[in-house]
Design a protein around this ligand. Structure first.
Ligand code: PEP
Length: 268
């Protein structure tokens, strides 16, 4: 069974002092739960990573970067490399967030290089995938997802693919009033798993986690995380308070227990 994920990206929010306060609250809530069946991580801005590493040390909450460069070092002013993230205590790195694509001109060819470097450095890349509103309207969503995922993973051997996390984040649903409907999410996650199956085989498709992001809240998250092919919730605004993220974590913990019970019943 795939381990479910509860994650949040903070974007350009939550400085060091606030990180310490956030972590203090979250730690006390997480300590009251059995979170051993799920993976939890937060992606603070770079300058908050040292505070996050300290404050979340020895807790089940891991940390990661929101971006990285594809080289380890050199004349790349303003950039951060994979080894630097590792040194700062990161286990994850988010790549291809729609804001990176939209405002900083990143392409999936570039993401492919970043994925490769991240994995060699021992980081888990969280690779964002998603169609624009126009692509959706043109009925091209699955074709776009195939192109994005296959480009990002090109050159990776099959056995490394499950060490990535794919984050389906429809671009039109990020920072929006509503998340994509559960039916729509189910169809896209199924399509993504089929793409993996066709191109990388059944084993890879079964073991690679595909999480959903885009206007998730504690209210709508329940129906989304309950879907078969959804392996986690990736949350922005609703998890920028520790109270909000704690509620998301609770949903994911409950969903993990239900999915385990379903799998056990199916195999006995
Ligand atoms: C995001 O930016 O990746 C995101 C999921 O944000 P929000 O939850 O605020 O839509």
């Amino acid at each position: 069974m795939r381990k479910l994920v509860a994650a949040t990206g903070w974007k350009m929010n939550i400085g060091s002092a606030e990180t310490v306060r956030y972590a203090g609250f979250l730690k006390s809530r997480v300590a009251q739960l059995d979170v051993s069946a799920i993976d939890i991580f937060v992606l603070p801005p770079f300058t908050s990573l040292p505070a996050a590493a300290g404050a979340f040390g020895n807790t089940p909450v891991a940390i990661g970067g929101q971006n990285m460069h594809w080289e380890d070092s050199g004349g790349w002013t303003g950039e951060i490399s994979a080894p630097m993230l590792v040194e700062a205590g990161c286990r994850y790195v988010e790549l291809a967030h729609s804001e990176r694509l939209q405002h900083f001109g990143e392409t999936y060819e570039l993401i492919r290089r970043k994925v490769d470097r991240a994995m060699s450095a021992g980081l888990t890349p969280v690779i964002c995938l998603g169609e624009t509103a126009q692509e959706k309207a043109a009925g091209r969503s699955d074709e776009v997802l195939a192109e994005q995922v296959l480009t990002s993973l090109a050159g990776q051997p099959d056995n490394r693919v499950p060490d990535t996390i794919l984050a389906y984040e429809p671009r039109w649903a990020i920072g929006a009033a509503e998340a994509a409907s559960p039916d729509y999410v189910a169809a896209r996650h199924k399509a993504l798993r089929n793409i993996l199956r066709q191109h990388r085989g059944r084993d890879v498709a079964e073991h690679t986690r595909i999480i959903y992001g885009g206007s998730v809240t504690p209210e709508n998250g329940h129906d989304i995380i309950g879907l078969d092919d959804v392996d986690g919730l990736f949350v922005g605004r609703a998890a920028w308070t520790p109270e909000g993220f704690a509620r998301i974590i609770e949903l994911v913990v409950k969903a993990a227990a239900k999915k385990l019970a379903r799998t056990t019943a199916a195999t006995t």
